[in-house]
Design a binder for this molecule. Structure first.
Ligand code: MN
Length: 216
């Protein structure tokens, strides 16, 4: 095919056990998927259900990266999340992601009934680990943890997700054709909080590669 200019190469993530890379197509995100996080945000667990939003693929940041503190915020927050990586025949594998959030811009958007894009989809807002192929992985009860400067700030288990991975895929598929290369950030447990310059974030899920970034 002839393009009027050269298309940008896909963003990609490394894959454990192979030289081949995972080409990222779209990033879907789930909000309000753990009761503990809904409560800490002042929400009503009984009356809310998970929601969808997206981040641009180019917001992906690889593990080990130093991330410049983003502009237009005085309240950058960490959210540790299981990431589902879709392949040609369903789930390809899993990663550990950080849904970095400009919480002050999100609060303004909520107040004004505006979109969350500036709060959620900005440069360097989606750190993600290498992808571990699904294989025989059983993550149903896996522990998810985030440390800030070595101290545990978020800790939960994946069985606490309100919509489990299969349900997220079913619901998303009602609206969109999920395709190979799509990533799904599946929501964060309680314990979200501010990140400042100099902080090191180190997150993990049992059985998966960790994510580690530093804010500079
Ligand atoms: Mn999130």
């Amino acid at each position: 095919m002839n393009f009027v200019f050269k298309p940008a190469p896909p963003v990609s993530l490394s894959v454990i056990g192979t030289e081949g890379r995972f080409p990222v197509r779209r990033i879907y995100c789930i909000g309000k998927n753990y009761a503990g996080h809904i409560r800490e945000m002042g929400g009503d667990v009984e009356r809310s259900e998970p929601i969808f939003f997206t981040k641009a693929a180019e917001t992906i940041v690889h593990t080990g990266t130093e991330i410049p503190f983003p502009p237009h915020t005085e309240n950058l927050h960490h959210e540790i999340e299981l990431v589902v990586a879709m392949g040609p025949g369903g789930i390809f594998g899993y990663g550990v992601g950080l849904d970095l959030t400009r919480r002050d811009l999100q609060a303004t958007a909520k107040q004004k009934g505006g979109p969350w894009d500036r709060a959620k989809s900005f440069r360097f807002s989606a750190p993600c680990s290498a992808i571990t192929p699904a294989g025989k992985l059983d993550l149903e009860n896996a522990h998810i943890v985030l440390r800030k400067n070595g101290d545990i700030v978020q800790s939960s288990t994946l069985d606490k997700m309100i919509w489990a991975v299969d349900e997220i895929i079913t619901r998303l598929s009602e609206d969109m054709d999920l395709q190979a290369g799509d990533l799904i950030f599946t929501g964060t447990p309680e314990g979200v909080g501010p990140v400042t310059r100099g902080d090191e974030l180190d997150g993990g899920i049992e059985g998966l590669e960790p994510i580690r970034v530093r804010i500079i």
